[in-house]
Design a protein around this ligand. Structure first.
Ligand code: GDP
Ligand code: MN
Length: 385
């Protein structure tokens, strides 16, 4: 579960990490009330479940009430990377002497938490890693021993923090590590972690992902669910009992079983395509579920071509074919579909599809062939057959 900036900052504050005073606002009037209470200048910040808000115009400084009104009204109308802004965070503006970067994340391959710190912050960390690798400290932490002050100081030094704030940075890293462990996060990132002219170290942004598997341990986290902000398609999928994750490409993907869907994403990417979604119809999906799933894929306007990759086990390919045929008669899609059916009742499924002779449906026999075909079709290429 991803948190909004202000929710992440609330957790930071609880664990002793310095953050600025602020308030949530759902409309311009609430923003103005917050401004009056905080005192100017303030920063008006879009609360959306995506980064890069600054570049998209979702973070603005306001020196007085009129500016606050203007910014709040404009930002509330924005769409940032597909996320409509419905909520603002108004925060007392900080003066910035330096922008650093700090993060704790779960490094699954190392099976350990990874602490990262750099004195080059405020830009994307991938860019820091490329341009200033010498200023990026990375250190795995022994989960049982935890992160001690001494080790945190070493990390701050390695990332080249200014000498007079080494202790402040180390303390911030320890607090961030505490957030990561005690709140069961998989990611806790601060970019930028600033140094003020008074040499105070403070988190100006917060990106926190909580581990859903640990939710039962944190009844207080329920309040962070952000149901109103979750992608409406993802929410609908949840209601219908299929696994759906929106991605930003243009090839709609449907498979049965998470493993098969993931490898389908890989094969499509290898063929040069960009998946638009992850959709797992699950084991034993019947025609009705396949029809719903197809509808779900087609309601994403970015989709240019669709790939069905079914390996029938409990799921029967004839049911999948029936679902697809039903979806076609209900929705009359004009997009090309590539359909690979294999496993239980595959013959029967293929026969049903051949008989139905649906417009724009291309059978494929293997996964790679299917991927290449759908990538070509999404790119608008003519395909015979
Ligand atoms: P992001 O673009 O989504 O990562 O949003 P951030 O919260 O990181 O804000 C983007 C940028 O706005 C930061 O890197 C800062 O440079 C700037 N910014 C945010 N808050 C303040 C503030 O209180 N004072 C000043 N001077 N700049 C700020
Ligand atoms: Mn940021």
């Amino acid at each position: 579960m991803d948190l909004l900036e202000h929710q992440g900052k609330e957790l930071f504050r609880r664990h002793g990490l310095a953050v600025s005073e602020g308030a949530v606002a759902n409309n311009v009037e609430e923003a103005v009330a917050a401004g009056r209470q905080l005192g100017y200048p303030v920063v008006v910040k879009a609360q959306v479940l995506t980064g890069g808000r600054g570049k998209a115009g979702g973070v603005k400084l306001a020196g007085n009430e009129q500016e606050l009104r203007d910014h709040a009204a404009r930002i509330l109308g924005l769409e940032i990377r597909g996320h409509r802004v419905k909520k603002l965070w108004i925060e007392r503006a900080s003066e910035i002497a330096s922008e650093y970067y700090a993060a704790v994340l779960l490094d699954r391959s190392a099976r350990a938490p990874l602490v990262m710190f750099s004195s080059e912050g405020g830009v994307e960390i991938e860019e820091v890693a490329r341009r200033h690798p010498e200023k990026l400290a990375r250190r795995h932490i022994n989960y049982l021993a935890g992160l001690g002050e001494e080790e945190a100081v070493q990390i701050a030094r390695a990332g080249q923090a200014a000498e007079d704030v080494i202790d402040g940075v180390a303390k911030a890293l320890c607090s961030l590590y505490e957030v990561f462990c005690e709140e069961d996060a998989t990611l806790a990132e601060i970019n930028p972690l600033i140094v003020t002219p008074e040499r105070e170290v403070r988190a100006l942004d917060a990106k926190v992902t909580l581990d859903d598997n640990a939710r039962f341990r944190h009844p207080d986290h329920e309040a962070y669910a952000n149901l109103d902000l979750i992608d409406p398609l993802e929410r609908r999928a949840k209601e219908e009992g299929v696994q759906y994750v929106q991605l930003d490409g243009d090839i709609g993907i449907l498979g049965n079983g998470a493993g098969l869907v993931m490898s389908t994403l890989d094969v499509v990417a290898q063929a040069g395509g960009r998946p638009a979604n992850f959709l797992d119809a699950g084991g034993g999906a019947n025609a009705e579920k396949i029809r719903q799933a197809t509808e779900l894929i087609l309601s994403n306007p970015a989709v240019k071509a669709v790939l069905f990759n079914i390996f029938g086990g409990i799921t029967r390919c004839d049911e999948v074919a029936k679902g697809l045929i039903e979806a076609f008669s209900a929705l009359n899609p004009t997009l090309p579909f590539v359909v690979r059916l294999d496993g239980t009742n595959a013959e029967e499924g293929r026969r049903l599809l051949a008989e139905a002779n649906l417009p724009g449906v291309h059978p494929a026999s293997g996964m790679e062939e299917a991927a290449k075909l759908v990538v070509a079709l999404a790119g608008g290429q003519e395909v015979k057959g």
